[in-house]
Write a protein that binds this ligand. Sequence first.
Ligand code: DDH
Length: 289
Amino acid sequence: SGLNAAQVSSKAQDEYQEIYNAIAKKLQDEDEYDYGSYGPVLVRLAWHSSGTYDTNDKTGGSYGGTMRFAPESTDDANNGLEIARKFLDEFKVKYDWISYGDLWTLGGVCAVQELGGPKVKWRAGRVDQDASKCPPNGKLPDASRDAPYVRNLFARMGMTERETVALIGAHCLGGCHADRSGYKGPWTFSPTVFTNDFYKLILEDKWQVKKWDGPKQYEDVKTKSLMMLPADIALTEDSSFKKICVEYANDQDLFFKDFSAAFQKLLESGISYTKSTKEFVFKTLDEQE
Ligand code: DDH
């Protein structure tokens, strides 16, 4: 069951690779934004457009591209994502046959790969839906919460404990913006490079509650320049979550492999594909030189 992917047999892998390349090129060209890349906010758009999925009633997910509409676009959790949607809009104009759901998830895959992350298999076929298909607000995680909350929330999306820990490793990228979430700062020293540094830093550095007038967040004791959310630190306060963090801190290849599979699953949540729907693996710009 689930929403059926449209048959898009008329579009071949190279037509999606062309869009991938256009997004990747724009990521390279517009390097003045934030930490030097729109990549992290594109990853967050792909995630937030998918992470509303609810296994109980099969609502939400990336299929309908419904974040164009309120109440999804005005959910506090999605503050700042209009920047990512705007970044991608020109490709919706130029390649008007692609749906928003396909474009936003392709943008996330492109950003992960171009920032040095693993290859992520991707399938087309999402179909734009109207505002009536918006998921209700409040489906995306609250950063102030603890490990049981994180476990339950990702289970609602259909994710295992291992997939949950792997997905949160995306916090190797980007950072928090006071005017979007209230939180502030990057998680790593290289927020535009996809690495397993999130796990290394959370386990190996010492973290303390930051003294400031914003919401409760952690800072690294040594440099006070990095941050962790309470929901990040939660992964080290729970023994089974922590064990998986240790595995990923010690083995970047394992993290890449698990992240890739979990990210594909996330982006396809709630979508049914026929066996004939092809999985595409896109080449990075570097590989095409
Ligand atoms: Fe996240 N995330 N995220 N996150 N996220 C934020 C930024 C980014 C939580 C809260 C926040 C995932 C899981 C969680 C990315 C990817 C992913 C911000 C800051 C908050 C707050 C927003 C802002 O102020 O700009 C919480 C809570 C969770 C949780 O799991 C409990 C997952 C699963 C992913 C993923 O991609 C698979 C990325 C990338 C960013 C950086 C965005 C940017 O603009 O930079």
